[in-house]
Write a protein that binds this ligand. Structure first.
Ligand SMILES: [Zn+2]
Ligand SMILES: [Zn+2]
Length: 109
């Protein structure tokens, strides 16, 4: 995280996949599942963006990012929830039925 402070490289939310999916471990607010990108800024102007491969949890309140699957509630792993999951028509991977965007390829569902 050294670059974050001196190099103008920031991690930013690119797309909210699903809001209120979990609880922040720092402040207890609800966190969103998001796609992120790293943004290189020079004098506050974005000059380059790298979309991140994996979705992350993001707390809008304390601005922390967490790895996906960091603290999924056990209830979400029930067989019924898996059966209800959709498949992304672009990459064929199982995604949560109420996601607006595929967390793997970013396509709108
Ligand atoms: Zn928080
Ligand atoms: Zn997909």
């Amino acid at each position: 995280m050294f670059f974050f402070f001196v190099g103008g490289l920031q991690q930013e939310v690119r797309q909210v996949l699903k809001s209120g999916v979990s609880k922040c471990t720092y402040c207890g607010s609800s966190v969103d599942l998001v796609n992120t990108e790293k943004v290189l800024k020079l004098f506050f102007v974005p000059v380059w963006r790298w979309p991140a491969k994996d979705p992350l949890y993001h707390c809008a309140y304390c601005k922390n990012f967490f790895p996906y699957n960091y603290s999924l509630p056990p209830a979400a792993e029930s067989p019924e929830a898996v059966a209800e999951a959709l498949r992304c028509r672009f990459c064929e991977r199982a995604v949560d039925a109420d996601f607006r965007f595929c967390p793997f390829c970013g396509s709108e569902l």
